[in-house]
Ligand binder design. Sequence first.
Ligand SMILES: Cc1cc2nc3c(=O)[nH]c(=O)nc-3n(C[C@H](O)[C@H](O)[C@H](O)COP(=O)(O)O)c2cc1C
Ligand SMILES: C=C(O[C@@H]1CC(C(=O)O)=C[C@@H](OP(=O)(O)O)[C@H]1O)C(=O)O
Length: 363
Amino acid sequence: MTGNTFGRVFRVTTFGESHGYAVGCVVDGCPAGVELSEEDINKELRRRRPGGRLASPRKERDEVRILSGVFEGVTLGTPIAMMVENKDANPKAYESIRDLARPGHADYTYFAKFGVRDWRGGGRASGRETVARVAAGAIAKKVLSKLGVRVYGFAREIAGIRAEVEGDIEEVFERAERSEVRFPDTEREGEVIERIESAIREGDSVGGVVEVVVRGVPAGIGEPVFMKTDAYLAYALMGIPAVKGVEVGAGFEAARMKGSEMNDEMYAEKGRIGFYSNNAGGILGGITTGQDIVVRVAVKPTPSISKKQRTVNLKTLENVEISVRGRHDPCIVPRAVVVCEAMVAMAVLDLMMIQGVVPRFFG
Ligand SMILES: Cc1cc2nc3c(=O)[nH]c(=O)nc-3n(C[C@H](O)[C@H](O)[C@H](O)COP(=O)(O)O)c2cc1C
Ligand SMILES: C=C(O[C@@H]1CC(C(=O)O)=C[C@@H](OP(=O)(O)O)[C@H]1O)C(=O)O
């Protein structure tokens, strides 16, 4: 085990560094007979791509090449290898800080672990690695859609401003997709953008919260006792760079509620069981209830900032000051939404496959 692979049955191994030739992944265990085109992947990659006024200005087309595992538009049940070339890598921006550890980034810890590191940006710890997750997630979503399961993500909070969301998740999702920062609260979007712009002016960055809702998972999915649905989702989401916390349903608010408020009361109607609320976030005892699965993720402010900070030269052990220039996201949240969706899709599909409720062939 090297930690580059996610999943037990639907297994994804990612590869590549931010300023290397390419990033990509191998997806093994995908059922056969699922329609899949490069455009299915690219559609999702465009939602994550850098560029624009409020994101890293790095110019990447982020178009995938499917190298194997798909023939005549359908998956073969064999390993699917995918690759996205790095067209706008620019290691020069990092030359002057190649031995300095950026506070908040993984420079020091990679050096501590491996004794050597790709100093061209974050290397393997770069947010760029998430291209590969989104590509694999696009496949997981295709399989899930055949099972009636859909995954929706949006920015719930940015720079301390919380979105008030009204309406069904599909409407919230569509509103967020139209927003420059994936923020579904149209009234407060302007304020959010001002806060990001002000962070840019100050050479600083801001964070926020991504919410993901999964609709259509039947009751009864998840592994007791350790591979619980909530435990597996938290594992999948905490593996995303810059994620510092995960909550399910009422999450940390549950700590302040009474049992009578927290418990989702139940009813039976026409032979089916339902709930009057969803504080559980669709999971009880690690097993799905059949309601929407609701998770939220805390995303920290981008570590690379031009504001001066104190740090260390890893080679000489001198104390120095650092100001990180170059192409960085002033806020990771809008671009992390689809990455969170991808990890959730992979985790849910994997749990369903472990349970044996997914056909190995779609005819
Ligand atoms: C989509 C995405 C984009 C990111 N963009 C940047 C960036 O432009 N600059 C940066 O310093 N970190 C960026 N990060 C965060 C770093 O990759 C991350 O903070 C770093 O690997 C350290 O890991 P940790 O924050 O999980 O401890 C990004 C992360 C994601 C998911
Ligand atoms: C390139 C992407 O994001 C990058 C994530 C990132 C980091 O340190 O995480 C640093 C920046 O890259 P660079 O090394 O070119 O300065 C971002 O642009 C991408 O997401 O496609």
